[in-house]
Unconditional design. Structure first.
Length: 186
């Protein structure tokens, strides 16, 4: 029994020392103290303007002005003789889907002399880098067709149609031979 009593005494001493160590850790590191909550700074260090002075980066650009080229060269597909007119259109639509619908190449744009004209017959180029709901495109063809097409775009923009923003820049159209070096001008 002497061995068991010695072992029990040692275990009791170890348990007592462990308990004392635990109590001292708790007593030294964990106590409840009443203090006021830290105040959170709600004002930023820098005074910010109430309204952003510049437009967002993805805003639609204005049509190019007088400093830009106001001419467009077209080949036989878009040349309608000396009276050929053209325009650069800059527009932002209510959605990317509305943009896609407006620039579908097979959409009718005007009726002239018992003939239906499609967008593909006057659409010279398209630039989609304006954003997901905007584009810049150029059209050229007979004056009656181009004016009817541009009037339709203006109506869509004025009547709260699919066009949110619209800019139109008339362009002088020049003939460029489809065969380089021939110098053929009709």
């Amino acid at each position: 029994m002497g061995v068991h009593q010695g072992l029990a005494g040692r275990l009791g001493l170890v348990a007592l020392l462990g308990l004392l160590a635990l109590l001292s850790l708790v007593a030294s590191g964990c106590w409840v103290e009443e203090r006021e909550a830290d105040e959170v700074e709600t004002r930023p260090d820098v005074d910010l303007p109430a309204v952003r002075p510049d437009p967002p980066v993805d805003r639609i650009p204005e049509p190019r002005g007088a400093e830009a080229v106001e001419e467009m060269e077209v080949d036989d597909r878009f040349w309608a003789g000396a009276g050929t007119v053209g325009a650069e259109v800059v527009a932002r639509f209510v959605s990317p889907g509305a943009l896609d619908a407006a620039l579908t190449r097979d959409v009718p744009v005007a009726r002239h002399q018992d003939r239906e004209w499609l967008l593909r017959e006057i659409l010279v180029s398209v630039d989609f880098r304006v954003g997901p709901d905007g584009a810049i495109w150029r059209v050229a063809g007979p004056p009656e067709i181009i004016e009817a097409y541009l009037d339709g775009l203006r109506e869509d923009a004025d009547d709260r149609g699919p066009i949110q923003e619209l800019g139109i820049l008339p362009l002088e159209v020049r003939y460029r031979s489809a065969r380089p070096g021939t110098g053929v001008v009709p």
